[in-house]
Design a binder for this molecule. Sequence first.
Ligand code: UD1
Ligand code: CA
Length: 454
Amino acid sequence: MQAMVAVILAAGKGTRMKSNLPKVLHEVGGKPMLRHVTAAAQAAGARRMVVVVGFGGEQVATVMGGDGLEYVTQAQQLGTGHAVMQAKQVLQGYQGTILLLCGDTPLLRPATLQSLRRAHQASGAAATVLTAKLADPSGYGRILRTDAGNVCGIVEQKDATPEQIRISEINTGIYCFEAGPLFAALDGLTCNNAQQEYYLTDVLAILAQSGQTVGAVKVDDFEETLGINSRVQLAEAEAILRRRKLVELMESGVTVMDPASTFIDSDVVIGRDTVLYPFTWIEGHTVVGEDCRIGPNTRIADSVIGNGVTLHFVYGHECSVDDGATVGPYVHLRPAAKLATGAKVGNFVEIKNSQVGRGSKVPHLSYIGDTDMGAGVNIGCGAITVNYDGQKKHRTTIGDDAFIGCNTNLVAPVTVGDGAYTAAGSTITKDVPSRALGVGRARQTNIAGWVDKK
Ligand code: UD1
Ligand code: CA
């Protein structure tokens, strides 16, 4: 296949979003809408992507980064044709196909762009536009064809004659161009039109008039090409992306008990035979293994969950849970919480920046912070680590097979050795050697007959 670069228009302010954030950075399906567009372009074979930015351009570059992306600035928004002209400099000398996209169409599928590219490159056309037939074409540019059916131009609604307004085939705003003819034609644009803008759409008439071939491909699913202009449309796109992700998961062997209350970001990976119970959110770059039971009422972000894990009423972020572990109900796994295979954590437990070793149990009402816990440990009900002295965080180390009595305070830095015990209610401030019993509490005395003497 011939080379292809993408040019993505994203200079518009997005006034109707009523936002301080550039429109293309608004998130949908768990990532900025522009990220969906660049991912689709990349999947369709674009090796380089030039993003035309304007309003909030620096912010766009900061969020999106430089991975395969280049940025050019359109200081004043003088039209879509003018926007593409800004890319001419960085594409100097490039001969090949340009896939032209807008940054506000997050529903585009790679397959649609691939078939546009294939049709364009196979036909040898100078330009190929992706079109749709709509019952209500209002607002869109209309596709003009010759009597023989060849595309000869696009007319914007505001410039259209009453007869042209009745044309139902519209311009989706997505095209393939050959770089040489495109940039030559852009030089010929004027802004003699209703909006006094340089229209990219005029390029098609210029190419057709100079005898070059202009093609058209009809999109299968018009919904994919919808641009987001308002928060209402953003929510509609969110619903479409969510449904698509759930269908993809179900088709790959994941049970989704209640799709209406299950929210899975686009980039999440979930293994087969995992069951998602209602009111489950799985977000960001989370990977979930096979045969898990997630939810109900569970929210997991940017985490790695192994196979056969149960998460039941859990909130976890930037954490990892290995195979066969059971977590919940009412557990908060904070960043760098790492539960090893077969660990058991829950009812009402918070874990932060700590390892819970293989098969270890933290079953009730504990806070475990900054702790390295070995395997086979049992943490009694209400035991906590005292990791913060008001200025610094300190670590607690608990050896394999240790038994921490109920309501123990482990005042860090402190180590409890392998197989050691702490007595219930102890405040442990000194290391407990391996296989010893640490007792750190006042000895009980009973005052005989106290009640009668009172
Ligand atoms: C454009 C097409 C129209 C098509 C429609 C599909 C033109 C002249 N018209 O119209 O035929 O049916 O898209 O949605 O191209 N942009 C810039 N710089 C500018 C102007 C626009 O970067 O100076 C970007 C916008 O951010 C947006 C995209 O280009 O992402 C499209 O611009 P917009 O003004 O929405 O074009 P339409 O009027 O909708
Ligand atoms: Ca538009």
